[in-house]
Design a protein around this ligand. Structure first.
Ligand code: TEU
Length: 569
């Protein structure tokens, strides 16, 4: 391996930290986080030891979906700062040996993006075809119920079609009506996106997290989907992992990533991707993406939709994660996450955010970070931040939650039941302000925070956690350090043990003569782990989360205990 090759492989031992800038740190007292706030808090990330920051969108945006609706890809929203602030952020991060990964949202733009404004201006505008325009359903008058060009449902409730009075046609929006989908069939669209990406790389960013990237290739026929229940049809066969997706990603790699003087890190957000899809996206020889975010493990507690709550079964969770580990063992690469800005807080969902909050947060970190792949830490996860005790619907801000509430209550679902699912699954749980200290707005802002601060910030906060060697923060710091120091953590083979055990998550990792055993009790009761304890009698305890693990492990686990043992063969 030449030194250049090894430089290019740095990312395989890296840990990524996600910043949701709106909720991270506010420097100017307007109640909304910003770039200067982030720059001022880089010490926290450096102390934690992360290698890469994925920054959720900071581009110019009407903020209909908190920045995932972009009206200018090459400028910064005044809410967050300026291009000069980004330059300063990049320099400050590089100085600390950290890299910056930008969010890339190119399945859709804002309806206020000049491209769409032009596209909408007339049916013969040169940019008309940059988006998906369609006439009303045959024989029907535009704007009347049922006249939509097809029966697809938006991810944010209701139809995917918005009627445009002026031209009499509809445009497609898989997300909000202010997020029209770009037509990737048009080569001019693709070239405009690639040029914009190159511009960011020239500015010094080190990678891209690609929003719903496996939705960019659609079946141009846009056919009706099968109606399983309710009014809408299933669009996924025509929308997800579409016919030209691999062609587009390979082209993007060629046009943007190839031939750069440094490794550009790419991760695709790929809802609905199977292991087989993941393999195609991340096989290095195919030159598409470095890794993808699977959604399978964050779907194990969903019934029909994310709003239908079913209890988490550990066996189901292990089956999914184990399948991805096996599937991408030799070819491809996994990304590993419990939560992000779209998901409930990990400790509230997979752990116990009551009596065992700290211990179960450490257990979750241990289990995830000991898998093979690239771990992602979502801001506040390293403190064991929890879901928010939302009261009424008035306290929610997220468009997905508000639209779902309106639609479900409109259809006659009991409002208390709707609120219950929002409390458990709503995206605002992840978006309450970062808890820096015990002061009134948790040190996030001197103004009025855009979303309420969790009342538990008096106890759960970065200041307290960094001062306490036994905190969740220091446990995460050790996990990250371990990945950097022990090659087996990043690169070793993975073998799942006890797949049928409803309480114990157990697996081994091995590389050359080093072997690790990871055992974790996902319950509030003491359990015995049915593994070959004798074989590990002389093993070294690398990490535990209870603070008093015995030198020789006897196979028993306390409530929410997680252990990492190491032996050499
Ligand atoms: O999310 C896409 C996605 O598939 C879901 O996570 C979605 O947010 C929703 O929760 C489904 O129930 C990405 C972004 O991460 C999200 O924040 C954006 O709202 C969305 O794309 C549109 O850009």
């Amino acid at each position: 391996m030449t030194s250049q090759d090894s430089d290019r492989d740095w990312w395989r031992t890296a840990v990524v930290y996600q910043v949701y800038p709106r909720s991270f740190a506010d420097s100017d007292g307007d109640g909304i986080g910003d770039l200067r706030g982030l720059i001022q808090r880089l010490d926290h990330l450096e102390r934690l030891g992360v290698d890469v920051v994925w920054l959720s969108p900071i581009y110019r945006s009407p903020q209909d979906d908190n920045g995932y609706d972009i009206s200018d890809y090459q400028d910064i929203d005044p809410t967050f700062g300026t291009l000069a602030d980004v330059d300063e952020l990049i320099a400050a991060m590089h100085e600390r040996g950290m890299r910056l990964m930008m969010d890339l949202v190119v399945n859709h733009t804002s309806d206020e993006h000049p491209w769409f404004v032009e596209s909408r201006s007339s049916t013969d505008n040169p940019k008309r075809d940059w988006y998906w325009w369609r006439p009303p359903r045959e024989g029907m008058a535009g704007g009347t119920p049922g006249a939509e060009p097809n029966n697809w449902e938006s991810a944010f409730s209701g139809t995917v079609w918005e009627h445009d009075e002026a031209s009499g046609e509809y445009y497609l929006h898989v997300f909000s009506r202010k997020q029209p989908d770009l037509n990737w069939e048009n080569p001019e669209v693709r070239e405009a996106v690639y040029a914009m990406m190159r511009w960011w790389l020239d500015r010094g960013v080190d990678g891209f997290r690609m929003d719903v990237i496996n939705l960019i290739s659609k079946d141009p026929a846009l056919p009706d989907g099968i109606v399983h229940a309710g009014t809408y049809g299933d669009s996924s066969p025509y929308l997800i992992n579409g016919p030209r997706i691999h062609e587009f990603l390979a082209e993007m790699h060629r046009e943007v990533m190839q031939g750069r003087d440094r490794k550009i890190l790419t991760v695709g957000e790929t809802p609905g991707a199977t292991v087989e899809d993941g393999l195609l996206y991340t096989d290095a020889a195919r030159r598409e993406l470095d890794m993808v975010f699977t959604f399978e493990h964050v779907g194990v507690d969903h019934a029909q939709t994310k709003w239908d709550l079913i209890p988490l079964q550990l066996t189901a969770l292990k089956a999914v994660l184990g399948r991805w580990q096996v599937g991408l063992a030799d070819v491809g690469w996994n990304s590993l996450y419990w939560n992000n800005h779209d998901q409930p807080r990990a400790v509230s969902r997979f752990g116990d955010d009551g009596a065992w909050r700290e211990r179960s947060a450490k257990l979750l970190g241990t289990v995830l970070h000991l898998h093979r792949g690239t771990p992602y830490v979502y801001q506040g996860e390293e403190l064991g931040m929890t879901n928010h005790p939302f009261g009424s619907i008035d306290e929610f801000r997220d468009i997905e939650s508000l639209n779902h509430h309106a639609q479900a209550v409109g259809l006659g679902v009991d409002p208390d039941r709707v609120l219950e699912s929002l409390r458990s699954r709503g995206r605002d749980n992840a978006r309450t302000p970062m808890q820096w200290d015990a002061s009134p707005h948790a040190g996030f802002t001197t103004g009025e925070p855009w979303l309420p601060v969790n009342p538990n910030h008096t106890e759960v906060n970065a200041e307290a956690a960094t001062a306490d060697e036994g905190s969740v923060f220091h446990h995460y710091r050790r996990l990250i350090e371990l990945r950097h120091q022990e090659p087996v953590v990043a690169l070793g083979d993975f073998t799942m043990l006890l797949p049928d055990d409803e309480a114990v998550y157990a697996f081994t990792r091995s590389l050359d003569d080093v072997e690790l055993l990871v055992v974790a009790n996902f319950s509030g009761e003491p359990v015995g782990a049915d593994v070959d304890v004798a074989a590990w009698a002389d093993a070294e305890v690398l990490l535990d989360n209870v603070g008093h693990a015995a030198a020789a492990w006897d196979g028993r686990l306390e409530p929410w205990q997680a252990l990492v043992l190491r032996r050499t063969r």
